[in-house]
Design a protein. Structure first.
Length: 688
């Protein structure tokens, strides 16, 4: 048992061994929360406090769930089987409960899970005349369902028509998965009691990201208990997903929900230097709605370099300075660097500059594998094979390849059967359409259940003409699409025992907002939201300007504290070097803007910063304390100063203002705002 705890610090060990009653672990950035969660589960099982199937471990993404499962397998040492633990995302666990209790929940056993594209198609079919797009309604309906059972009293006709059409199609959307479990538990107390008795220990990762429906699920599972064994791990300072339904009040009110709960703060950061943590701490203290904690690193990490703040003449100078830094001294370790942006529109200049200089980069957040059209087509074909009543899949693939079925033909087909596949067999069609219909139907008529899912998929795609369609296509990306299809068949589908098992996996993958994946020796360009959970040696944070970060909308909507949390997340992604920049002028949406530096820069304690370019902001630092927490007093190290002029803002009597981009003894290369790049003597410029 000692070996299980020997690599944990005091607070981590306390979080693992406090097994009785409700516990909130406030885990700051880089403090080892996943280690605490998995070690806690192993400790509970090694202590014989329950059986593996009595543990429920919930997280938000498939990637996080798989990481947890892998760590648990490594910790088990054969004493227990990690596969018996109920470990998964909220939606995968609720789906498991629904499949086991389909009749009681009012669903058919073989119900379908509709992703966003399917939802749009359903909404379009019931929409009628509207000024809003189906995508707008998908977002609106998802927000309603994220609010839990109380939101189901919604009287919107389209919302009700949409849900009725889902029921007719024997389908649920992503938000329904949790809602149906809530209704199952509410209407069937015996079913709820069974799961309450089974789950003796509940653990929740990233608790700050829970929405109302997820919190309602936790309350139901722990209802009737004075002090349930629920452990939630999260960080209120990293709650940045309110636009996806996350409710920060769930973590702030944890002790109201569970009055006897304990709170343990993990504040030892294993990632960043003292100056980076000091800057982040001093910024987040300006938020009032927080439980409060103070990150500090191990003494061996040292103070490190200060957080550099660059003020540059233009956005072009900004990307050039960053590219210069990355390529200095012939550096080729590109995966040490990340450019984190507030909004995706800021990536264009970096893509252009990096491409021009042959700096390898990856724009994280590009089209995901399961979002590709050809992958969704294959899945639709397979869904129609297993679930012939799936009208949405029928409509997606009936024209791939083209078979001559327009709106009029579809209307005839719809009138001739309970679903489109059935109607296609009986509809009065033209001779050519009947030939095409029979060929389409025959593609599905083979004994697919007697062969492997891989072979069944290959056979279906060949019989239907889908593979041939891409083989004969003149599109430049057709070869890539065929490669993706081959990867799906051989690399994914071949791992499953049945086609239905794969389809369940695919449904969760298409609706799961997975963590960003970064592979290869490339510079990562991504939004700050996508970077949460990642870390890099050097992080560049461009465009820290008012109306961009914080952006204009959040300021007007009063969401400034979440923007500040986002800034905190951005800074704490850096292990060694963090560079914040702002430009005096920037082109946004075709218009040149002149924005002030972000208020977040002035909110940080100057003792952790090194201003290069612009006026050093000598202000008296003050940040309010959160309502319920007084941070311990710690000595603040002075930042390390740099004597180099590179990156600094200078003026020249004839050339005007500019930024030093190269330094060679007494000769400087300066990017002047109005004169371009010039070489000048050091003694002819003045540092601003």
């Amino acid at each position: 048992m000692n070996s299980l705890l020997e690599n944990l610090n005091e607070k981590q060990s306390l979080s693992v061994t406090t097994t009785d009653g409700a516990l909130l672990v406030l885990a700051g950035a880089g403090t080892g929360k996943t280690r605490v969660l998995t070690t806690r589960i192993a400790y509970i099982l090694n202590q014989n406090l329950c059986m593996p199937w009595n543990v429920l471990a919930l997280t938000f993404t498939n990637k996080a769930a798989n990481e947890m499962k892998n760590r648990l397998s490594a910790l088990s040492s054969g004493a227990w089987y990690a596969g018996d633990i109920w470990c998964g995302t909220f939606h995968s666990i609720c789906l498991r409960i629904l499949r086991a209790n389909a009749a009681a929940s009012g669903l058919m056993q073989n119900f379908l899970i509709y992703g966003e594209e399917d939802q749009k198609a359903v909404i379009k079919s019931v929409l009628g005349t509207s000024t809003k797009s189906p995508a707008d309604y998908v977002e609106e309906f998802s927000k309603i369902k994220d609010k839990g059972l109380s939101a189901l009293d919604n009287k919107d006709k389209l919302f009700n028509a949409y849900n009725a059409e889902l029921a007719r199609l024997n389908a649920v959307d992503f938000g329904d998965i949790i809602l149906h479990v809530l209704k199952l538990f509410r209407d069937n107390p015996d079913v709820l009691a069974r799961y309450q008795n089974q789950f003796k220990y509940i653990l929740v990762d990233e608790f700050q990201d829970t929405n109302n429906a997820q919190m309602e699920l936790l309350r139901m599972l722990t209802s009737g208990m004075d002090n349930p064994n629920i452990c939630c791990v999260g960080d209120d300072d990293q709650s940045i997903y309110s636009w996806r339904g996350a409710e920060i009040k769930n973590i702030l009110d944890f002790q109201k929900t569970y009055p006897n709960a304990q709170i343990i703060r993990l504040e030892t950061n294993y990632r960043s230097t003292s100056n980076i943590l000091g800057a982040a701490n001093s910024l987040i203290r300006h938020n009032r709605d927080r439980l409060g904690k103070e990150l500090h690193n191990l003494s061996s990490a040292g103070n490190g370099e200060p957080v550099y703040v660059l003020t540059l003449p233009s956005d072009y100078d900004e990307v050039r300075i960053i590219a210069d830094y990355i390529t200095r001294d012939g550096n080729t370790q590109f995966d040490d660097y990340a450019v984190l942006i507030r909004t995706g529109t800021l990536s264009r200049l970096f893509e252009e500059e990096f491409g021009r200089r042959a700096i390898p980069y990856k724009l994280v957040g590009a089209t995901k594998f399961y979002d590709r059209a050809e992958i969704r087509d294959v899945i639709a074909y397979l869904r129609l094979l297993v679930y012939p009543f799936d009208d949405m899949s029928f409509l997606r693939v009936i024209g791939k390849p083209r078979r001559g079925f327009g709106d009029a033909a579809i209307a005839k087909i719809r009138a001739c059967g309970p679903n489109l596949m059935s109607g296609l067999r009986n509809a009065p069609l033209s001779a050519k359409q009947r030939t095409n219909a029979d060929e389409f139907l025959s593609a599905f008529e083979f004994d697919w259940e007697s062969v492997s899912p891989r072979d069944a998929t290959q056979t279906l795609l060949e019989r239907s003409g889908y593979i041939k369609m891409w083989q004969e296509s003149k599109d430049s990306d057709a070869p890539d699409r065929l490669i993706n299809i081959r990867e799906l068949i051989n690399g994914v589908i071949s791992k499953y025992d049945t086609v239905a098992d794969f389809l369940e996996h695919a449904a969760l993958m298409m609706t799961d907002d997975n963590d960003a994946e970064v592979t290869g020796n490339v510079v990562s360009i991504m939004t700050i939201h996508a970077a949460k959970g990642l870390e890099f040696d050097t992080v560049f944070l461009p465009a820290w300007e008012e109306n961009i970060f914080p952006n204009e909308r959040t300021i007007s909507e009063g969401a400034l504290e979440e923007e500040r949390r986002l800034a905190y997340v951005a800074i704490t992604r850096a292990r060694r070097i963090c560079v914040i920049s702002n430009a005096m002028s920037r082109v946004m949406f075709g218009q040149r803007q002149y924005n002030c530096p972000s208020r977040f820069i002035t909110e940080m304690d100057n003792r952790y910063l090194d201003f290069q370019g612009g006026v050093h902001r000598n202000h008296v630092y003050h940040a309010p304390m959160p309502h319920s927490y007084e941070a311990p007093q710690k000595s603040r190290p002075a930042p390390i100063k740099s004597d180099t002029l590179k990156g600094k803002f200078v003026t020249h009597a004839e050339m005007g203002s500019g930024v030093v981009i190269e330094e060679n003894g007494d000769i400087l290369t300066v990017a002047f705002k109005n004169k371009g790049i010039k070489k000048v003597a050091r003694n002819f410029v003045k540092i601003v």
